[in-house]
Design a protein around this ligand. Structure first.
Ligand SMILES: *[C@@H]1O[C@H](CO)[C@@H](O)[C@H](O)[C@H]1NC(C)=O
Length: 546
């Protein structure tokens, strides 16, 4: 008897708990969070949004409406994350004049047709919930946030689905003007009185709520749709940060899932924090990773190192004894050279090394001016900048967009440098060959004994200079400046977007001037070296400039 009553008690308790938390028995709630997914590009955004909703303790349904552009893998992953995936067909955009990316945005109107829910809170895939927003389900029949002066933003909306409203919308869709050429413009025209709507008050007493009629429209405060554009203006949230509910990452192409955005916009840190908490719903998807990307990242990270190792090994076996003695000698020479410089010039050593090497080059160059084509310097500078642009562009293309910010940055550097040094190194070697050709031509046309004496003396002089590490100085200088330029804002702790960009530009200008100087000198050196060595078969290692 006693055991029976205990069991009864338990059953009652379980039932009570289940009534308290509707989701417990897996029954559908009559309220849901909804988002839209047109393609796999926004998949990570939806995952993070879902995680952020669950982080705030909400147990409402989460529905993602997916169109046919979404892969089966994405759907499976979203289901594993706890989303209810519903297929929808795209609603054609009736506007002929519209941005290209707006072809399917009218599909958003289909949330008005989700009549199996009493109320839905729609959130764009580029939003994140930072504080519980379940109180939004208390909002009127249509709620949104005013932005862009007197216009509503369709990024966060509360909608009471209704077949009547939806059909009315479908009837008017072709005749209603849209200032954006998209759904947002349509909704602004469809709800012309919206700017006059009252602000939604989440903490109204239940008596007031039950006594009033449900408002047709209500305005949401900025807390429910705080866009990063707002943050960027003042470099802080211009609302109470502790009360912030929804952050909306609407800065044109700067989407939070692209690794570089994190380095430009401070509020993306919040998004990245949630992304790191993503569970491994499917193998290899923990932390918002993508199994395909993870493999690619490892491959991309290792490839340049493998190539470098192979190259060094290759040049090592090619010139074994020669190579080691050369290395030892030139290294010793360099250290001695440096020590001498430092001793002789004290604290200004660094600048002195540069100016003095430059001077000696100039001395050499002066005598050789007639040998070097006048336009070589100019061409080299152009080539250098073009190569820099190409390597930057290629690296951007190669590195997967949705990796973690640090991974993206490191890969970006690795690949920019790799491509730059391969291309520019190739150019320098080409100049060297050119110098050789010109050299042998000159040598065959004039062969004065005294001149060749002078030449050989100078060749000796230049040989000393030839295998110094000047190219390394230049290369390292470029690498260091390239790293320093973008990190200047971080070093100074600057978070304002425009100041950040400004500082980066300053760093970029310094880098560009250094590149101008370095590329010109490297090219002229290599030309002269080729000129002098026109009858020497070259067998030093082929990896590097020198
Ligand atoms: C609207 O919803 C109803 C029922 O859920 C469905 O039959 C209809 O196809 C939907 N309309 C559109 C245009 O999607």
């Amino acid at each position: 008897m006693k055991a029976n009553s205990v069991v009864m008690c338990w059953i009652i308790l379980v039932v009570l708990v289940c009534v308290e938390f509707e989701g417990c028995v897996g029954s559908k709630t009559d309220e849901a969070y909804v988002t839209l997914l047109y393609g796999d590009e926004f998949l990570l955004g939806v995952r993070v949004l879902g995680k952020s909703i669950r982080n705030t303790g909400s147990i409402k349904d989460m529905v993602v409406l997916v169109s046919d552009g979404v892969s089966d893998y994405a759907k499976t992953l979203l289901r594993a994350d706890g989303w209810i995936v519903e297929m929808i067909s795209l609603l054609a955009n009736p506007n002929r004049v519209r941005p290209k990316r707006f072809w399917g945005v009218y599909t958003k109107l289909k949330i008005f047709n989700m009549t199996n829910y009493h109320k839905v809170v729609y959130l764009d895939a580029d939003t994140i919930v930072v504080k519980n927003i379940d109180d939004l389900f208390k909002c009127g029949k249509f709620c949104a946030n005013l932005k862009h002066s007197e216009r509503l933003n369709s990024g966060v909306m509360v909608v009471e689905p209704s077949e009547t409203v939806f059909n009315d919308m479908m009837r008017k869709i072709k005749t209603t003007a849209s200032y954006t050429g998209g759904d947002q413009g349509f909704l602004n025209s469809y709800y012309p009185g919206f700017p006059n709507a009252h602000v939604f008050e989440p903490n109204l007493a239940p008596e007031v709520l039950s006594s009033r009629s449900i408002p047709e429209m209500e305005r949401l405060s900025t807390l429910y749709n705080a866009d990063v554009g707002l943050y960027m203006l003042a470099n802080k949230w211009m609302v109470d940060e502790n009360e912030l509910r929804v952050i909306h990452y609407t800065l044109g192409p700067l989407k939070p899932w692209d690794w570089w955005t994190s380095w430009l916009l401070k509020p993306v840190d919040v998004w990245q924090d949630v992304r790191e908490q993503l569970e491994e719903s499917l193998p290899g998807t923990g932390g918002g990773q993508n199994p395909k990307d993870s493999f690619l990242v490892k491959f991309l990270f290792l490839l340049p190192f493998c190539a470098l190792l192979f190259c060094c090994y290759h040049s090592f076996t090619k010139s074994q004894g020669y190579f080691s003695s050369l290395c030892r000698n030139s290294l010793c020479d360099q250290v001695r050279h440096l020590c001498y410089r430092i001793r002789s010039s004290g604290p200004l050593a660094y600048t002195n090394i540069f100016t003095s090497t430059t001077n000696s080059i100039h001395q050499l160059l002066n005598g050789d001016q007639n040998k070097v084509p006048g336009y070589l310097g100019g061409i080299s500078v152009c080539v250098c900048f073009m190569v820099a642009l190409v390597s930057l562009g290629l690296a951007l293309l190669i590195v997967p967009r949705q990796v973690m910010p640090w991974t993206g940055l490191l890969l970006m550097y690795e690949w920019t440098f790799t491509i730059f040094f391969i291309l520019f190194g190739g150019y320098i070697r080409l100049i060297y060959q050119w110098g050789k050709i010109v050299g042998s031509r000159v040598a065959s046309s004039l062969s004065h004994p005294e001149l060749s004496d002078y030449e050989s003396e100078k060749r000796h002089q230049r040989q000393m200079l030839a295998c110094d590490v000047a190219p390394w100085y230049y290369g390292l200088g470029m690498v260091m400046l390239a790293i320093a330029a973008p990190s200047l804002p971080c070093l100074f702790g600057i978070t304002a977007l425009f100041l950040r960009l400004g500082l980066m530009v300053v760093g970029g200008i310094i880098l560009a001037s250094f590149m101008t100087y370095a590329s010109e000198h490297l090219a002229i050196r290599s030309f002269l070296k080729g000129f002098d060595e026109h009858n020497i078969a070259r067998n030093s290692n082929s990896c590097f400039f020198c």
